[in-house]
Design a protein around this ligand. Structure first.
Ligand code: DGL
Length: 271
């Protein structure tokens, strides 16, 4: 039994795709979420900058006495150094391994697509993780840098013409390569799940990095007897590094709960 919260972070709203699944599979868990909305996007930045931001985000969550940290961000998960992870006093997971494992289990042909931020695709981390499980896999990556700003600004309705036009262009090379499975390797992308599914004519199995990662965390906490055995609904606290309003409205739309109160964190305190 462990009543300490689970710490989840992302550059913005994307990590809510993990939170949504955590709330579904572990409703009694307390969660502390940090969205670094003052510095989003991470995916267009250099490796050093992403690593620095990740260390600061982790330090913030540790100050909230969390029992596990989830980097609910494909960009951070693809870039964070092993040394930082090994030095942590608590368990940690990113999204790459859980998602790659799930995609390998679901793919019949072994032709697996990965869409993510520029930094994620450049890192090749998903490809390495996939081939670690399935050496015969063919991995086709495509960076979709415009998706994050579109999602952060709430352009997520299935019929949104701007997002559809961008998505059609990004998905074309994936379709041409005849993948049977596509990893949504950025946690912002599941907010576009229905649109992507429709544009691929429902012919490709989509693997949601947020969901796969939440399932992994749930199994880990169960196996290590670290679950909160309270019978009450868990408390969720949200912190953001820019003005909370736009985060709250996207969060409400996505989590399907009344706008969660988000507290502003001064970036100077993180640095
Ligand atoms: N949700 C982050 C990811 O999974 C977004 C990255 C960004 O800020 O560019 O990669």
């Amino acid at each position: 039994m462990n009543q300490r919260p689970i710490g989840v972070f992302d550059s913005g709203v994307g990590g809510l795709t993990v939170v949504k699944e955590l709330m579904r599979c572990m409703p009694h868990e307390n969660i502390v979420y940090f969205g670094d909305t003052g510095r989003v996007p991470y995916g267009t930045r250099s490796r050093n900058t992403i690593q620095k931001y990740a260390r600061q985000d982790i330090r913030f969550l540790l100050s909230h006495n969390v029992k596990m940290i989830i980097a609910a961000c494909g960009t951070v998960s693809s870039t964070i150094s092993d040394q930082v992870v090994e030095q942590l006093p608590i368990p940690f997971t990113g999204v790459v391994k859980p998602t790659a494992q799930k995609a390998c289990a679901l793919s019949l042909s072994g032709r697996i697509g990965v869409i993510g931020t520029t930094a994620t695709v450049r890192s090749g981390a998903f490809g390495r993780a996939i081939r670690g499980v399935r050496s015969d896999a063919v991995v086709i990556g495509n960076a979709c840098p415009l998706f994050v700003p579109l999602v952060e600004n709430g352009f997520i309705q299935q019929d949104n013409p701007v997002t559809r036009m961008v998505a059609q262009q990004y998905l074309k090379p994936i379709q041409e390569e005849k993948v049977d499975t596509l990893i949504l390797g950025c946690t912002h992308y599941p907010l576009l799940f229905n649109m992507i599914n429709e544009l691929l004519d429902y012919q490709v199995t989509l693997v949601d990095a947020g969901k796969a990662t939440a399932e992994y965390a749930c199994n880990y906490l169960t196996e290590h007897a670290m679950l909160n055995d309270s019978q009450q609904e868990g408390q969720r606290k949200f912190f953001v590094s820019d003005q909370p309003e736009s985060f709250m409205s996207v969060a409400e739309m996505f989590l399907g709960i009344p706008a969660p109160e988000a507290v502003h964190v001064d970036l100077d305190l993180l640095e």
